[in-house]
Design a protein around this ligand. Structure first.
Ligand code: COA
Length: 194
């Protein structure tokens, strides 16, 4: 199976044409992102926050998808392997039949990127998709957008996410006590210099 990335801000900024195709696709993709978010994230955004973030100047949305995620076994094949850069297929075109594997939302201001959310669909976590999304966003933004610092907050209990960030050179610089409203959990603030 091949995977690819879609820049949703780019899609959203294109003219939609007479049939409103891009608007329909954007609406569908936000819906799928919201589903993945609800099944996998502990920090809950409501659906409206996705729409608002998409409109905000400086925000970025990367969607990871595959076109081989059809009903007859595509999902099962996903679970069998670990993804690496050679699985990326630049020729794919996203459509309503595509399987959405995960997404990444960030916000750029001056030379800083603030990572707002990175989530991989539950059934394919720990297969390398999170790493591919993070490396793609870091590479693209440090070269083209002149981003020097990458910031994020993560729950102290979220060992998988902390391991992912450490793998890419993020360092802890501060602990925010009682940061998360749902359970009063502390947040680790992490930064990476490009
Ligand atoms: C956090 C998340 C995005 C990581 O994406 P992923 O595709 O599962 O991660 P990867 O397979 O690329 O693994 C990246 C690193 O994380 C660590 N990791 C992966 N799965 C792990 C697990 N089950 N337990 C501990 N560490 C794990 C490893 O260090 C791994 O690197 P390695 O494979 O080179 O050793 C994903 O698990 C997720 O969506 N979690 C729910 C949402 C969330 O918590 N998002 C983060 C908010 S701050």
């Amino acid at each position: 199976m091949k995977i690819n990335f879609l820049d949703l801000k780019e899609l959203n900024s294109m003219p939609s044409g007479n049939n409103g195709g891009n608007d329909i696709l954007t609406e569908y993709l936000i819906g799928r992102m919201f589903d993945i978010h609800m099944e996998s994230s502990q920090t809950v955004w409501d659906r409206k926050m996705f729409d608002e973030e998409l409109k905000r100047e400086g925000s970025g949305f990367l969607i990871c998808y595959s076109d081989s995620g059809d009903a007859d076994g595509g999902d099962n094949r996903l679970a069998l392997k670990k993804f690496t850069e050679k699985d990326i297929d630049p020729a794919l075109k996203i459509g309503l039949q595509s399987l959405i594997a995960g997404f990444f939302i960030y916000y750029n201001v001056l030379d800083e990127m603030h990572i707002l959310d990175i989530t991989v669909s539950k059934e394919i976590q720990s297969k390398g998709v999170g790493s591919l999304m993070l490396s793609t966003v870091i590479k693209k933004n440090s070269e083209a957008a002149g981003i020097k610092y990458f910031f994020l907050e993560v729950r102290t209990s979220n060992i998988t996410a902390i391991n992912l960030y450490k793998k890419f050179g993020f360092k802890i610089f501060m602990l925010r006590k009682n940061y998360y409203e749902d359970n009063g959990e502390d947040a680790l603030c992490m930064v990476k210099e490009s």
